[in-house]
Design a protein around this ligand. Sequence first.
Ligand code: NAG
Length: 208
Amino acid sequence: MLLIVFLFALIFSSSSHAADFCVAKLKGAGSPAGYSCRMPSRVTVDDFVFTGLGVAGNTTNIINAAVTPAFVQQFPGVNGLGLSIARLDLAPAGVIPMHTHPGGSELLYVVEGKITAGFISSSANVVYVKTLGKGDVMVFPRGLLHFQVNAGENNAVGVVSFSDPDPGLQITDFAFFANDLSSELLEKTTFLDDAQVKKLKKVLGGTG
Ligand SMILES: *[C@@H]1O[C@H](CO)[C@@H](O)[C@H](O)[C@H]1NC(C)=O
């Protein structure tokens, strides 16, 4: 008797079940709720596989670091699943500058090397910072300012996963200095001096 009830429950629940997945139709516009779904008949296994995180990113740049994302734009199979992943490469002296992900929390797993990582709480501006070694994991709560710095003499590699298919990335220095917000307003609203603002605008390609 119990078994029959169980089977009925199973049949009933599976017939009223929502779709299993919603592989992103990237041609449409994304929204905070994600992308619209591709027709299941046009989905293949490759939509659920991302190849490329085995290759180091190019760290020849101003931050000596690279992030290789497998977010929804690169990996349409994660649409609607509430997660995504990326590879982090930090050459010696590499820095992922102070930044936030407005859309999701982050989990960092150190695969190789030493990484000093930290975040700042929004409620009391408390700093939580730690030097991590191979095999260590740290979480960074959604939306909080955080950073990662290579703390060793060799390359460091990390895998970062996010609680959103499209966590977003805003690098604070780029937000301040890589656009045309006038130096006057920037100085007034940050209390930084003119020389520092002009220097960083020049380095990061900002104007005004
Ligand atoms: C890495 O990036 C630098 C700067 O953009 C470029 O000059 C170099 O060719 C790139 N290296 C590789 C292996 O792609």
